[in-house]
Design a protein around this ligand. Structure first.
Ligand code: NAD
Ligand code: G3P
Length: 356
């Protein structure tokens, strides 16, 4: 947290009588709980660790994940899943992608018909390349599903820094409800119907944040950073469009917005992993030191395989994979990228003609 700020809660708004649930007691679950509680809603906050529940209940803190944050309002931490979701009009899931399906499957019977269930998770499942909304659709089709994604560093939201996000859902009622529940004077919620594009953008940008962290560690310069972010956008939208996403989604907050923040901020865990590796640290050591999830590492492997299967050129993904898993030197990979065939800038104007 920056020195000049405190993340103590504002006086919560008057109680609204609305009941919501947040599942997952890490950084983002804590930040979203804080927003919802400050907005006057009753928040059932589910996590698996009883000690953490006790700390939230008695101190209003979650020091393992957000050491400087004090929570206020009607927050009911619990390890009891049913108690958390029963009667909640909206359920927000901040569980890492690796555990997402297991948690939902184990508790599928506890969700109620028509409940609004919103994934906050920015990752992809290994088997079948499923996004979290697809897992929800498969495991709990009785519910109404949405996805929230955007330039949303948990720490800044907890500090009430001005932030915007995107709720993507097919049903207008789901979009409207989430906008009402979460929106406030420091948190704006925009709407989109391209669920797949919004969700895939959130997962893909984590890969490029690792690359950007490395570039920062090597002091490659501001021109290089602009090149990297822009070519990342070209690459991730090329991949997503080939899977059916709307290219215009990548012009929005969930696309270029999230890419910018994650590729430029040392508050991003993915960026920090790239920075550490760029400074010479082993990947496993960097991950262990972080102690929180950096989804981009898993996503990189899955996207590389999928892109190769589909024949979609992704030179930045390929280059990062070589650095992390084939012992290629960062300088050799950069040299390879810089001397590859020079292709078109915006592929929607001048189509890419070569596969390099
Ligand atoms: N932190 C952010 O700024 C941020 C912003 C937007 C989206 N997200 C996304 O939210 C998701 C969660 O991220 P985070 O920042 O909260 O991660 P985190 O590492 O801070 O916390 C993860 C939480 O998930 C819990 N968890 C892990 N496995 C579990 C299981 N099997 N059952 C129950 N709980 C389990 C952990 O105990 C921990 O409380 C990620 O997909 C991330 O990309 C994070
Ligand atoms: O800390 P990261 O790298 O997981 O990024 C957090 C958010 O996704 C930024 O929008």
């Amino acid at each position: 947290m920056s020195d000049s700020k405190t993340a103590t809660s504002a006086h919560p708004s008057a109680p609204t009588g609305r009941q919501v649930a947040v599942l997952g007691g890490g950084s983002f679950g804590t930040a979203m709980t804080k927003v919802l509680a400050e907005n006057g809603h009753t928040v059932r906050f589910w996590m698996r660790n009883e000690t953490q529940v006790e700390e939230v209940r008695t101190q209003g803190t979650n020091t393992r994940y957000m050491p400087d944050v004090v929570l206020a309002g009607d927050i009911r931490p619990t390890t009891d899943f049913r108690e958390a979701v029963h009667g909640a009009e909206a359920i927000f899931l901040a569980i890492p992608s690796k555990a997402f399906r297991d948690v939902i499957r184990e508790h599928a019977a506890e969700f109620e018909d028509g409940q609004v269930v919103v994934s906050l998770t920015k990752g992809i499942e290994k088997d079948g390349f499923r996004l979290m909304s697809e897992i929800l659709q498969e495991e709990i089709p009785r519910t109404r599903i949405g996805v929230l994604s955007g330039p949303n560093l948990a720490q800044e939201i907890a500090e009430r820094d001005l932030t915007a996000t995107v709720i993507a859902a097919k049903e207008p009622e789901v979009r409207n409800r989430v906008q009402q529940l979460l929106g406030c004077d420091y948190f704006r919620v925009y709407a989109n119907v391209d669920v797949y594009g919004v969700e895939l953008a959130g997962a893909l940008k984590n890969i490029y944040a690792i690359v950007a962290g490395m570039a920062s560690a090597l002091s490659l310069g501001e021109n290089a950073r602009a090149m990297l972010i822009t070519r990342s956008l070209a690459e991730m939208s090329r991949f997503a469009v080939s899977l059916g996403a709307n290219p215009m989604t990548f012009m929005g907050l969930a696309g270029v917005g999230d890419l910018i923040v994650t590729c430029t901020s040392s508050k991003s865990r993915n960026f920090r992993i790239g920075y550490a590796v760029g400074k010479g640290q082993e990947l496993e050591d960097a991950v262990a030191e972080l102690g929180q999830v950096a989804e981009g590492i898993r996503t990189l492997q899955l996207v590389k395989d999928k892109a190769e299967d589909m024949g979609v050129p992704m030179p930045l993904v390929g280059g990062l994979h070589k650095i992390l898993y084939s012992d290629a030197s960062i300088h050799d990979v950069i040299n390879g990228l810089m001397t590859a065939v020079q292709n078109s800038d915006v592929e929607f104007i001048l189509p890419r003609t070569l596969s390099s």
